[in-house]
Design a protein around this ligand. Structure first.
Ligand code: GDP
Length: 299
């Protein structure tokens, strides 16, 4: 939490602090409520959630009457946590069958997919799990090397194929390797070309189908770059049409004041943000915990 707070402090604090300052005004007139709305919209919270939150805040402030700073802080905290929703945010890697848990990581290139896969491997290994990495991003030339570097660093074997090889066959081999090694988890990094939806659908669909030949797929994590705002939402929509996303990883939250995208993307997909990326380093992947997140926002 301390680390999360420090990371978010630089970029996001303005959102929570801004809201708190506005709410603390003696007279909460229409202009102030509009400013509150604008603050939320600027932070990418999205139109409908912003409206809901403002309505609830207005109602609660009205009921409260005079407000002490502590009361306001508590009220804002509660409402923001409620806005983030009550989801199961566990990354499920316990396969119900006697095969490794399989997690497929999808997203547009550049969002931090490979880095996230590496960081997640590190978390799992630190948790005592044995991990196999599948370098099925054969589109980006350096992706397999990059993943292997992560694998070597954290102690996970990396299964890779020839450059430009068939992603599905690499994914298949990775899971096969995981089964042979009796690994606990196989993480499959995929390519995120958004050139055409059919191309993406064909490729990811095929990866998914071949992986499922070995057993159930436990998670499909969508990696989104928090700094891309509306564009990220459009990407999310496209991917959700192609595969059944089970969780979202929001990366680069350290580099944006637009943390409200967490709310917007969950609404868009109806799927929880499970992990957040807070930097480029190996320890910069954290479980997403609404209460801690909001505490970091409000400061
Ligand atoms: P991919 O093409 O989606 O696999 O993207 P990469 O994993 O290669 O990441 C693209 C860039 O984003 C790299 O320079 C990463 O170090 C950086 N990156 C990834 N996650 C984060 C994050 O949470 N915060 C920051 N600041 N940078 C990140």
């Amino acid at each position: 939490l301390v680390r999360l707070r420090a990371r978010l402090a630089r970029s996001q604090n303005s959102l929570g602090k801004g809201l708190l300052t506005l709410l603390s005004r003696e007279h909460l007139d229409e202009d102030t409520w509009e400013e509150i709305e604008e603050t939320l919209l600027t932070a990418d919270v999205g139109v409908a959630p912003t409206q809901e939150l403002v309505d609830r805040l207005r109602e609660r402030v009205r009921v409260l009457g005079t407000r002490t700073p502590d009361e306001l802080r508590a009220l804002l905290r509660e409402e923001l946590v409620a806005l983030l929703g009550d989801y199961d945010r566990t990354v499920h890697t316990e396969s119900p069958q006697d095969v490794p848990g399989v997690v497929m990581v999808v997203g547009v290139n550049g969002t931090g997919k490979t880095t996230t896969t590496g960081k997640l491997a590190r978390v799992l290994v630190a948790d005592g799990k044995s991990v196999v990495l599948g370098a099925a991003d054969t589109f980006r030339a350096a992706a397999a090397d990059q993943l292997q570097t992560w694998g070597d660093r954290v102690g996970a074997r990396t299964v890779r194929g020839p450059e430009g090889g068939d992603p599905a066959s690499i994914a298949y081999d990775a899971v096969k390797e995981g089964i042979a090694e009796k690994a606990d988890v196989v993480l499959v990094d995929t390519a995120g070309r958004l050139h055409t939806k059919t191309g993406l659908m064909d490729e990811l669909g095929k990866v998914k189908r071949v992986v499922e030949k070995h057993g159930p797929l436990d998670e499909i994590l969508l990696v989104l770059d928090a700094t891309t705002g509306q564009n990220g939402l459009i990407q999310a929509r496209v991917f959700a049409e192609v595969v059944d996303i089970t969780g979202i990883v929001l990366t680069k939250l350290d580099g944006t004041a637009k943390g409200g995208i967490v709310v917007a993307v969950q609404r868009e997909l109806g799927v929880p943000v499970k992990l957040v990326g807070l930097g480029e380093g190996p320890d910069d992947l954290a479980p997403f915990e609404p209460a801690a997140f909001v505490d970091a926002l409000i400061g």
